[in-house]
Ligand binder design. Structure first.
Ligand SMILES: O=C(O)CCC(=O)C(=O)O
Length: 253
């Protein structure tokens, strides 16, 4: 179901993009829903969502609660997020890279409001102690524009062929929870991924990527999902105290 160009980019570069994938109404519905959840933490808890504060704003006076939030996880059973996770157009992109039977196991909305920190160079598989370990596919939807100034993603094409490197804790004092970085690999050949709202990036969980800080005065929001084969053994509960993964069938057969 992938085009020749998508497959070639996947094989050679470890990712492909689909511009104009989601409508403006989907992007604004996502942003409205997460804003409601962050402003109503009881509702967020009731649906099992998990809110991660933005450390670079710790203690700062903010206008709105969401301005002090980095990410909100575990959204893929909820409303517009579930609809997107299960949409045939999305699953058609990931299933050929994984297996006919596919689960969505992780979802996160990244607010990245003005002044928020970027996430340093990493490979997502660091966070996924699975058997089998691969394939795992990430889907990154630009909910707002992603620019150099507001902290777009940067990817290192071809790095999906690397094993999972050692990662050290993000070296910035008081860094965001869960941020680790690769310091043993040359990333000089990386490319920024500039996106308009609704553009989609599909990427391998071994692809090295990072995002930079949001130095603009606006938000750079994204919705990210991860997919793997149904039946994958997830050893996360043995590794982390509060697992964020929630395995849900996305396609069978
Ligand atoms: O969007 C960002 O700022 C970072 C996202 C990222 O690195 C990830 O989803 O693994």
């Amino acid at each position: 179901m992938l085009s020749g160009a998508q497959r070639a980019s996947w094989d050679e570069r470890g990712f492909f993009r689909v511009d104009g994938f989601a409508s403006a109404s989907v992007c604004s519905a996502m942003l409205e829903r997460v804003t409601d959840l962050v402003r109503d933490p009881e509702q967020a808890t009731a649906i099992g969502a998990w809110i991660l504060p933005e450390s670079n704003k710790a203690g700062a006076a903010v206008e709105n609660p969401e301005d002090a939030v980095s990410k909100i996880f575990r959204l893929h059973r909820d409303s517009v997020f579930a609809e997107f996770a299960h949409a045939a157009a999305v699953v058609d992109l990931v299933s050929p890279l994984i297996a006919p039977d596919v689960d969505v196991f992780l979802s996160q909305f990244i607010f990245k409001t003005a002044g928020a920190w970027g996430q340093p160079w990493h490979q997502d598989s660091l966070y996924f102690p699975f058997e089998p370990a691969r394939p795992v596919v990430g889907v990154w939807l630009a909910v707002t524009a992603a620019t150099l100034e507001n902290g777009c993603l940067h990817v290192l094409p071809g790095s999906q062929r690397e094993p999972v490197h050692d990662h050290v804790p993000d070296r910035r004092p008081g860094a965001n929870y869960g941020y680790f970085e690769i310091v043993d690999h040359d990333t000089a050949a990386s490319e920024p991924v500039l996106m308009d709202p609704g553009d989609l990036l599909v990427f391998d969980s071994h692809l090295m990527h990072r995002s930079t800080d949001n130095e603009s005065d606006g938000i750079r929001a994204a919705m990210v999902y991860h997919y793997a084969a149904a039946g994958t053994v997830d050893k996360t509960p043995k590794k982390y105290a509060s697992p964020l993964n929630d395995w849900v069938a996305a396609r069978r057969g």
